[in-house]
Each structure stands twice: as structure tokens, then as C-alpha cells.
Design a protein around this ligand. Structure first.
Ligand code: DP6
Length: 360
């Protein structure tokens, strides 16, 4: 049985004075949602996501050996400029992962990060951001322990990313990623994300995700607070069980390519996520009127055309429109004709399934 202690390294065999690495890590969109967690970022239920291709964080990590080793030392740059307000989150991340990367206080780091999507788009950058940082730290650990296997490298990167932000562990490797123990998925773990290990039907190849930016404002309730409200939530236990059931269904759906069934699971998951928010105490609503306008327009279009397009939602008002590649032209036309009016400043982002983090 794997335990977190397995990622505490033995003495390193090599040393390195200074250098830098650079990684890009993508965002991901969950189909079965992670909502609710236990201590140490252990999810209350398993989740599965499509890795995105275009929405990414690119992070360069400079490092240099230093003398004083009592505290962490780092500078944080966002798009080339110092960004003080991101520092507490990074500080907390370093504290959480220090026992797994005991060299962290031995270096001064310069973390230089940027996103490929507009900063204020309301797209969460925590998943891609934490994943990109975790990849860089693993590159450094690999220099200190050159014998490290590739499996260990990616598994531990996902494990560390999870400690930064749960969903970040699904942004490391693979185009369909499962995180959380699921009896019927071999190798699945609460500690890190794994590539979905079974057959995936052609229908899902290059699956499209067009992200409609409905509301770019700061969320009134953060994910962290939302997760916390699943403790003592009246429907929590049933919801967690349902996530397992939906993930089991997706195993079959990924294999047989049945898009009608896919749509049922995915839309139900999205609405259940928001139903959990509305039935928390205190309760809250992250959807906006235009979120509902879009959902209704998608349902009407699907009914009228039989084109298998559906939606999912994150913890926010934006809508992810999901559809197979072979209906792209028709769906994009529909988006332009009928959905763009509901987007803030008419903004949307075209994305599709991608591969995971890349060393640059
Ligand atoms: C609704 O991963 O952002 O997007 O672990 O507290 O950082 P923390 O939460 P986070 O939660 C994401 C929730 C979600 C669903 C999902 O991505 O599975």
C-alpha cells in the first residue's frame, strides 16, 4: 500500500549550485467533480478530467544555493513583474511540500510565471499554476537524484501539485486523468492523478471545449471555502457515493463512445456541483443569469439539431461547451450566433483535449 511517506526522499546523491527550468502546465476541466475534501488535500470523492491544450501556465524557476537556511527564500514574478499578492499562496505551498522536498530552504528561487489565457478571465489558474511549479521542483529534485524513474517523477509531481491545489494534480500528464480511489480503476489514488488506464473511444479524440466567459469578476466564495462547506452538508454522503457511480459509468462510456450517456453524466455532474453550493450552509450561488441562458440555449439547440453538444461548469459562472471534433464547425457557428451575446465583452476561448505538462 502506498503512503505519503513513500515520497520522502532518501539522501540525495548529487548536488547542483544554480540553474533554471521551465515548464508549461495546462488547465483541466473536470467531468466528475471534486467537491469536498479531508485533511491534507485528500478528496472526499474521485474525479476525472479532460486535460486542456491551450489554457496553460508557463513557469520558469531560477534557483541558486544560499547560506541562511532557516526560512524559504523566493521572488515571485507574474508576467515579468513582482507580484506580492501571490506570495502567501506559494509560501503555504512550500510549507506543505517541504517534507517531501527537503532541499527547498537551501536555495533562493525566482519564480517567473505567466498564463496563456487572460488574467482576469475568471479561469482558475491555480490548477495549471501549481502543476507548473511542481514540475519545476521535480526537475530540480531529479538533478539531485539522477536515478529517479520517470514514473516516480510524474507521480510525485502530481502528488506535490495536489498539495498546492487539488485539481492541479490532474494537470500533470495524460489527456484523461483520474484522481481519487475508485475500486474499478486500477492504480487510482487519493494521493495523485493517474492517466485513465482503459480504452477511450475515437469519439473523444480531440474533444472540444469552448469556454464562454460569462463573468470575469472575483468569485464571492472561493473553492477552498466551498469544499469546506461539504463537512456537515446534508447531502454530502449521497453526493460522494454518486461521484463513484458516475465515474463507473464513464468507464463504460469512454469505451463505447455513447455520447448521449456522456452528456447525461457530465451535465448532471455540473448541476450537482452547483446544487451542493446552493444547499450548503451558508448557501451560495456562483451561476449568473447568463449561465442559465447559455444552458437553456444549448438544450434547445441540441434538441433541434441532435448535435451532441453539452456543457459543464466549474466553481464559477463560466460555461465550458463540450463537443466532438466532427461537429466543430456547426457548434462554433451556433456559439457565435446565439451564445456570444451572453459572454462578458463577447469573450470566449477555444480549447480542446491536450497532453499535459511540457518541459520547455
Ligand atoms: C469545482 O482544486 O480549486 O473545479 O484543492 O482547495 O485548491 P483546492 O480546490 P480546487 O477545486 C476545484 C473544484 C472544481 C471541480 C474539479 O476541478 O474537480
Amino acid at each position: 500500500m502506498f503512503t505519503a511517506a513513500d515520497f520522502i526522499p532518501n539522501k540525495y546523491t548529487s548536488t547542483i549550485e544554480n540553474g533554471n527550468f521551465e515548464w508549461s502546465a495546462p488547465s483541466n476541466i473536470a467531468l466528475v467533480k471534486y467537491w469536498g475534501k479531508k485533511d491534507n488535500q485528500i478528496p472526499a470523492n474521485p474525479s476525472v478530467s479532460f486535460t486542456l491544450n491551450n489554457c496553460k501556465t508557463i513557469t520558469k524557476l531560477g534557483f541558486e544555493k544560499r547560506e541562511n537556511q532557516n526560512s524559504f527564500s523566493f521572488d515571485l514574478l507574474f508576467e515579468g513583474k513582482p507580484k506580492e499578492d501571490f506570495k502567501p499562496k506559494i509560501q503555504k505551498f512550500l510549507e506543505r511540500i517541504e517534507i517531501y522536498l527537503p532541499f527547498l530552504k537551501e536555495y533562493h528561487f525566482t519564480i517567473d510565471t505567466q498564463n496563456t489565457f487572460p488574467h482576469s478571465s475568471g479561469i482558475a489558474s491555480s490548477a495549471s499554476g501549481m502543476a507548473a511549479l511542481a514540475m519545476n521542483f521535480m526537475s530540480l529534485e531529479k538533478k539531485l537524484n539522477p536515478e529517479m524513474t520517470e514514473d516516480y517523477f510524474y507521480q510525485k509531481a502530481s502528488f506535490l501539485a495536489r498539495l498546492g491545489s487539488g485539481s492541479a494534480c490532474r494537470s500533470v500528464k495524460g489527456n484523461v486523468v483520474v484522481w481519487g480511489n475508485q475500486a474499478n480503476i486500477e492504480g487510482s489514488s487519493d494521493f495523485f492523478g493517474v492517466e485513465f488506464p482503459y480504452a477511450i473511444h475515437e469519439n473523444f479524440k480531440n474533444y472540444q471545449d469552448t469556454i464562454l466567459l460569462v463573468d470575469k469578476g472575483e468569485k464571492q466564495v472561493s473553492s477552498t471555502v466551498g469544499h469546506d462547506l461539504m463537512h456537515n452538508h446534508p447531502y454530502a454522503e449521497r453526493r460522494f457515493a454518486q461521484a463513484h457511480e458516475n465515474l463507473d459509468q464513464l468507464i463504460t462510456i469512454f469505451e463505447n463512445g455513447n455520447l448521449e450517456d456522456f452528456i447525461k453524466v457530465v451535465e448532471s455532474e455540473a448541476l450537482t456541483l452547483h446544487a451542493m453550493m446552493m444547499t450548503s450552509m451558508p448557501y451560495f450561488i456562483l451561476m449568473k443569469p447568463n449561465t442559465l441562458q447559455i444552458i437553456n440555449a444549448i438544450w434547445k439547440f441540441r434538441n433541434e439539431t441532435q448535435i451532441p453538444v453539452c456543457f459543464t461548469l466549474d466553481a464559477g459562472a463560466n460555461v465550458h461547451v463540450l463537443y466532438p471534433e466532427n461537429v466543430s464547425a456547426k457548434v462554433l457557428q451556433f456559439i457565435k450566433d446565439e451564445l456570444v451575446v451572453f459572454c462578458q465583452n463577447g469573450q470566449y476561448i477555444c480549447d480542446q483535449i491536450g497532453e499535459g505538462s511540457i518541459a520547455l
